[in-house]
Design a protein around this ligand. Sequence first.
Ligand code: F6P
Length: 499
Amino acid sequence: MAFPKINPTTTKAWIKLEEHYAAMRGVKMQDLFANETGRKERMSLKTDLVSLDFSKNRITSQTLDLLQSLAEETKLDEAIKAQFNGEVINETESRQVLHTALRDFDAMKPEVNATLSKIKEFSEAIIQGTHKGYTGKTITDIVNIGIGGSDLGPAMVTEALSYYKNHLTVHYISNVDGDHVCETLKKLDPETTLFIIVSKTFTTQETLTNANTVRQWFVQKAGENAIEKHFVAVSTNLTAVAAYGILAQNTFTMWNWVGGRFSLWSAVGLSTCCAIGYAHFEQLLKGAHQMDIHFKEAPFSENMPVLLGLLSIWYTNFFKAETEAVLPYTQYLSKFVDYLQQASMESNGKSVDRNGTPVTYQTGPVVWGNTGTNAQHAFIQLLHQGTLLIPTDFILCTDSLHGKKNHQDILTANCLAQTEALLMGTYGEDVANPYQVFEGNKPSNLLRLDTLSPESLGALIAMYEHKIFVQGAVLNIYSFDQFGVELGKKMANRHLINQ
Ligand code: F6P
């Protein structure tokens, strides 16, 4: 089965969506809610780990039917099968896209299993202190040196799961800014620090520059022979890792069929695994796998990632919304938006379709946001009273991890109040002061987790991964390459030569 290559604008559904949009443009959600009993119940979905209330969208059941027809006409079902079956759907780079295979314990590839065992063994030796540094001390600090997908995913997950963390302190060096490196090194003792160099290609300028600086600092203090106890690497490029002087036993393999921005489930997550322990890391993978099964098996009308992807297309292409906000109401997810920006924008920031033709429609929206309630005191004004339409995802955990029910009650009340205020505005109220009028009718999704656990986090991340896949598949673009980052890299090199 080939990856479909259908221009979505040539489908019957797209034409009908255009007509439908003309009718929906003026429809107010406030009226939809007033006239439809059970809207919220009908427009809610639940999996074991994540639930979604999508009733506060500018949609009717007809919109949903049409969006579903769009998915059918663009053969989304074939695209999903092609991905999971390991077809070479990343055609521009001739690669499979199989990050889902990293979390499928029932059908695990032997090489994935072997690497997972190595991750387990190594992380346990670090955590339990059986792995000693060059002076016989145990490791207290771990430094992940990587950028993009080799940084954002693990950094986000380690932060998100800090409740489950052990005694190890984990640092992330990504920026080639030497001050970033020096500020981190300032806090470290070479005798008790482990450095993980993470680079899928092992050619990334920033990562190699940072790794060299760190290595120099280390060798000056500890000597060359100490490297083997303090430096490990994660990469597909085993030759370059060996040439760099890292022993095979200290090298963790990843594969070309794992995209950098989808790699936190691989050995790229080694720093996370050391921080939270293998059992939690495995739960993260298993939670993601549950979402994979949902995505693969649920009919489109009940499929969370499919629905979220189609809603995004509805707003981006018909309402001409240019951005989407994501507001997690838990401080643990303070790095979630950074992570999501790469996952979404590096994937779907494309303007040539899968037939090699420039697109005539919108592809990936700008993704941005911050944690609530901080966002409420920063930019939410623009969502309520600005002129731009910004569909927003609210992410809320029912229970906090440390108790403090009074805080959680306030947090929850604020999150729910924002979704309600965006929906209702001051509709139906007689507000004399024009500056105090809220139009409402602003779309939002409410995603809920019971608590932030490794499993529920895994499912949440996988849900967004699949949403991104749906957007790209239906919009007929290649989501798994990133040629757009290359030109700047070349130009930077030219500037370096000229300096
Ligand atoms: O330049 C972009 C990019 O290739 C990302 O896709 C990737 O996550 C990042 O650089 C880091 O690449 P690597 O893991 O090969 O160092």
